[in-house]
Design a protein around this ligand. Sequence first.
Ligand code: HEC
Length: 233
Amino acid sequence: MALAAIIVYSCSKGKATTEGPTIVVPTPEETLRQQYSKSAAQWPAATWYNNIQIRELAALPENPSKDKAELVALGKALFFDPRTGNGMKTCVSCHNPDTYWIDKKTTADGIALHHRNTPSMENVWHLEGKLFHDGRAKTYREQIAEAINSPIEMGGNTTALSAKLQIIPGYLRLYEAAYSSQTMTVEGLLDAIAAYSRSISSGETAFDRFIKGDYQALNDVQLESLATCITLK
Ligand code: HEC
């Protein structure tokens, strides 16, 4: 999953032009592997359209989240519980941890009309301020409340959520441990789901090892795909 995200960034690498993508001709005396067995800054530069923000390809930084374990535990319970919505779906119905936090469907159940597929939960901490495919949710609270309240997602009601969970002893215990209070607020519940969301990181991929200098970590086919993406052949 980290690889997919990074490849998207890599497609905007290089200098901008009004002409659209152009082919970068490799230096003839160097093999593809030699060209890429260097730091990313020395890889062949790609060209791309104007007004695309260019960012140098890099390994994903370490997950910086420092949320306390008790808050993450409360969020995890809510993430897996149908009572967070209307009793039918959970966050996991679509963001399934067994399949890298996606549902493996072309469009998510109920969301076909909007042509939206389920993105992974891996490394979503990286997206804070621009969540959802179009970046429309600026905060986790906004994004999570939409998922819970949307009739085509979980059909729940965040306004009534704290009162609903307030009477469940298991949730009172988790909430008390997270906030040292038994008076639930919707913000407290949403922030706990946010903390759990932020805690989900991808493992190290072959691409991560490659960009960190293990230049055999990608095989020839993978390397060719990387070069194709960067140089837009
Ligand atoms: C019915 C399936 C479904 C359910 C249930 C669901 N999601 Fe999602 N989730 C999606 C889809 C589809 C998107 C992309 C929607 C868009 O961009 O408009 C999304 C987007 C997200 C994102 C943004 C990721 C990104 O790459 O921008 C996060 C975070 C997220 N969901 C977390 C949650 C949480 C937390 C819950 C439970 C409270 C939840 N989702 C419930 C399908 C679902």
